[in-house]
Design a protein around this ligand. Sequence first.
Ligand code: AHM
Ligand code: MG
Length: 320
Amino acid sequence: MATSDEIKSLGQYMLSVSKDEGMEGLDAVIEAIARGSVRVQKTVESAALGRWLGSTGKTNVHGEDVQTLDEIGSRVFEEELLVSGRIRALGSEEVETAIEQAGSSRGNFVVMMDPIDGSSNIDVAISIGSIFGIWRHSGKYDEDVLQPGNQLVAASYTIYGSSTVMVVATKNHVSSFTLDPGNDTFWLTNRDLKLPTDGAYYSVNEGYFNRWSRNMQDAVTTLRDSLSLRYVGSLVADFHRNLLKGGVFLYPSDDRSPSGKLRLMYEANPLSFIIEQAGGSSSTGKTRMMDVIPDSLHQRTPMIIGNSDLVDGIVSVLNC
Ligand code: AHM
Ligand code: MG
């Protein structure tokens, strides 16, 4: 690969990575996500002015209220990804069944996405994001859409925060790119990201403390001794901060949600791939997240993700 001095834009970076890692067409998929992110960022920025806040009045497959921006984000990324010509199957947290593009002879990738993550923060101008897991097209449709995380070839997320940042992970690199809104281009700003060795933060919704198992309560109580609490309530924002500063994010099961809240295919697997490439780990509390064999597209999972020593410590308290 060329040196960082020679590689500046996301497009240039991805051309080089796709070639080096033998993944023809991955650059087109990532560029489609980048174009979608620019469109979504513009919508997020002026959501109140364009009357794109609030609920659509519809309910999604998870029984959750669909926000107007959820619907826009889903449509934007679907359009951009499908015109890339590289998608064989596309699954979305907002859509019941995955789209199959059987006729696309160049379609060699399967993408699972959460088009707008952190929906409860849309109306209050707090950071939200978009998450993508990318697998190779493996064979039949059913096999394509239910591949485990350990078969991921790339993952990405975009955070619409005080700046718009896109993080892209492939088997050998995790890099971040910052959007220049003047020319709608993402520029490389952080190359080969690695988690800091000392975690600074723990992130969990402590409002659910009384619903957790005794062991989970003990594990979180221990974290309070050495770490600061930060919880935005947008997974992408909590994850991104912990990736840069070190720490651990938890969304456990509780007595109302025995499988937790987060979705394996759209949220947990892509972020687990990224954290492992950055030197951390991710667990369901029982097993490595990426070894879970999915049984349905929209299945939920508990998640503990971040610095390996913190994840391992929590998992050992959970299983003692
Ligand atoms: P969403 O994808 O519908 O926005 O739901 C997932 C979000 C995550 O971003 C976040 O970590 C979590 O829900 C917050 O849930 P809670 O409000 O229960 O803490
Ligand atoms: Mg989400």
